[in-house]
Design a protein around this ligand. Structure first.
Ligand code: ATP
Length: 257
C-alpha cells in the first residue's frame, strides 16, 4: 500500500542534545500507527517536525508524495495534515456546530479576520458541519455551547474539527488523555472506523499502553530519539529492547494477553 506519510532520516538537536536522530517512518491510508516511548524519547519533537512547528535539522517529509520539509504549518495543513492536541483546542464560548463550521470555513479560505468572522458567520457550512457531528456522534449536542460539554465530548469535537480540514494524515497527540477508560476505548474505536472508511492515515502518541496495544495496527517505539522497534502489537510486546526500555514501569504486566 502506498504510504500517505513518508519521513526519512529526520534529525533534530537542541544545544547538542539529540532529541531525534535519524527517524524514518511511514503511515499508510487507513492505518493507525502508534508512536510510543518513555518521557523525553522524542515523540513530540517528531510530531512538531511533521506538522511544521519545528524545522528538522535533516531528513525529508513527504505527504502523499509531496515534500513538506520546512514548510509553514499552514501550508502543511493545506497539503492534508491535521492535528489534535493533548489539551483540546476548541472555542468554549461557541456552540458545538459553530466550532466545526469555523473549521470548515477556515479550510475553504472564508476567514478574513475576527471582524468578518463575527459579522458574517457563514451558514453555508452548517449542513457539512452537521454531517461531521453525526459521524462522531455529537449531533444531539450541536446547539450546546462547548463549555457545557463533558470532557469526553470535547475530545470527540476536537476530532470533528480536525476532520473538517479534510486531512489525509491525522496526527493525534495523546488523544485519550484525561478520559475515563470506557470513553478512551470508544474514541479510539471511532477513530479507527473513520480512518478505515475515509482511508485516513493516523499517527498517534499515547502513554496508555492498553490503548496502544488494543487499537494500533502498528507500533513504533522511540528511545532517546531513535527507533528501537516497530511492528505489530504482538511483535513489539515481545521485543526484548522494548521490555528493557519500559522495565520497572509495570506496563507489560498490565496489557499482557
Ligand atoms: N525546546 C527544547 N529545548 C531543549 N530541549 C528540548 C526542547 N524540546 C525537547 N527537548 C528535549 O528533547 C528530548 C525529546 O523531547 P520530546 O518532548 O520530543 O520527548 P517526548 O517523547 O515527547 O516526551 P514526553 O512523553 O515527556 O512528552 C528531551 O530530552 C527534551 O528534553
Amino acid at each position: 500500500m502506498k504510504p500517505i506519510l513518508q519521513a526519512e532520516g529526520l534529525r533534530k538537536s537542541y544545544q547538542g542534545v539529540k532529541a531525534v536522530a535519524d527517524v524514518s517512518l511511514t503511515v499508510s491510508a487507513g492505518e493507525l500507527v502508534a508512536l510510543i516511548g518513555p518521557n523525553g524519547a522524542g515523540k513530540s519533537t517528531c510530531f512538531n517536525m511533521l506538522s511544521g512547528q519545528i524545522r528538522p535539522d535533516g531528513g525529508r517529509i513527504l505527504i502523499a508524495g509531496t515534500e513538506t520539509t520546512g514548510l509553514q504549518p499552514s501550508d502543511i495543513f493545506r497539503l492534508g495534515v491535521g492535528r489534535t492536541f493533548q489539551v483540546a483546542q476548541t472555542c468554549l464560548s461557541m456552540t458545538v456546530r459553530e466550532n466545526v463550521q469555523l473549521a470548515l470555513q477556515s479550510r475553504h479560505g472564508g476567514l478574513r479576520g475576527v471582524r468578518t468572522l463575527l459579522s458574517r458567520f457563514d451558514r453555508r457550512f452548517a449542513a457539512e458541519a452537521d454531517a461531521l457531528l453525526d459521524l462522531i456522534g455529537l449531533a444531539p449536542q450541536a446547539n450546546r455551547p462547548c463549555h457545557e460539554l463533558p470532557y469526553g465530548d470535547i475530545k470527540r469535537l476536537e476530532l470533528a474539527i480536525a476532520l473538517a480540514g479534510a486531512p489525509r494524515l491525522l496526527l493525534m497527540d495523546e488523544p485519550a488523555a484525561g478520559m475515563g477508560s470506557e470513553e478512551r476505548a470508544g474514541l479510539m474505536r471511532l477513530t479507527a472506523a473513520i480512518a478505515r472508511e475515509r482511508q485516513l492515515a493516523v499517527l498517534f502518541t499515547e502513554h496508555d499502553m492498553d490503548i496502544v496495544f488494543s487499537h494500533a495496527d502498528r507500533i513504533i517505539v522511540l528511545s532517546r530519539g531513535t527507533i528501537i522497534a516497530q511492528g505489530s502489537p504482538s511483535d513489539v510486546r515481545a521485543h526484548p529492547g522494548v521490555q528493557a526500555v519500559y522495565l520497572g514501569t509495570g506496563i507489560f504486566a498490565i496489557g499482557d494477553p
